[in-house]
Write a protein of this length. Structure first.
Length: 278
């Protein structure tokens, strides 16, 4: 497996020897799995510390739900949600913080508060100010594949294939490099669950090896996504399905896995890493 060093403003992460876990912390009232749980800054801090203790290597904070059917919020509302939590969390955790946003002004607020990574579901398509901000601050960036405007993120094309997604993601990465973002700061995300049918998301998970040609680390976020819901009425079915998807993503070459349940997925990642590195 190819290894990388991800260059952040105040840290570096070695990607490849073992899987890096990005723990999800939504400070939103309407996220599909944990909306309203952590929108209080004190609760957000408690959960951030819990995720860190469970083994998260990165903390990803989001203030707007991009779930299917989720309504966009204003820029000022997004800042209102994330700023108080970020101020508390940045002083409390030692791991790098990522801001999950597609707005440059929100990202700037987060970086000024201590975030080191910009995680953008639009791949910098929605706000061109992201290029200059990333270049100026030296932030690490996660460029995700998606299509269409904000309201069309979950419109599913009639036909698609993993190679086509890879080619579009390669163009997104090249656009960032052309705008002055060093390749060593870029991580690619194929965006499973976004702008894709469930069948296409599964095919991408099956053919992650295609994305190794991008020349940068790969992040995959299967956690609790609708495309892995199995419809079997057993306790913790979504967690088991997520565990299976995480193990397959690691076997396929993912360097970073974005998850909600860090403690369980750390166990999955440890065994998957041991098998991959055997």
């Amino acid at each position: 497996m190819q290894t990388y060093t991800w260059e952040l403003p105040r840290a570096t992460l070695e990607l490849g020897p073992r899987t890096v876990l990005m723990g999800v912390l939504n400070v939103t009232p309407d996220s599909f799995s944990d909306g309203g749980f952590f929108d209080d800054p004190a609760k957000a801090l408690d959960h951030a510390l819990e995720l860190e203790a469970e083994g998260a290597d990165i903390l990803d904070i989001g203030g707007e739900s991009t779930r299917p059917g989720g309504d966009p919020i204003t820029e000022s509302e997004e800042i209102r949600r994330v700023a108080p939590a970020l101020e508390k969390i940045a002083d409390g955790v030692r791991i790098p913080i990522s801001i999950d946003t597609y707005r440059a002004r929100v990202a700037r607020h987060a970086i000024e508060a201590g975030a080191q990574i910009i995680n953008d579901v639009s791949g910098f398509r929605f706000d061109s100010g992201m290029f200059g901000l990333a270049r100026e601050t030296g932030a690490g960036v996660v460029l995700m594949h998606s299509r269409g405007a904000r309201e069309a993120l979950h419109v599913r094309p009639d036909r698609d294939d993993p190679a086509g997604v890879r080619d579009e993601l390669a163009a997104t990465i090249q656009a960032a490099v052309d705008r002055g973002i060093p390749p060593g700061r870029i991580v690619a995300d194929p965006g499973i669950g976004f702008s894709k049918t469930p069948a296409t998301s599964l095919k991408i998970l099956k053919r992650l090896d295609l994305f190794s040609t991008l020349g940068c680390p790969l992040l995959v976020g299967p956690s609790r996504k609708s495309f892995i819901r199995v419809g079997i009425p057993v306790p913790d079915a979504t967690a088991w399905a997520t565990a299976a998807a995480v193990a397959l993503a690691i076997a396929g070459g993912a360097h970073i896995i974005r998850v909600h349940e860090v403690s369980r997925m750390r166990v999955v990642a440890r065994i998957a890493d041991a098998v991959r590195n055997a």
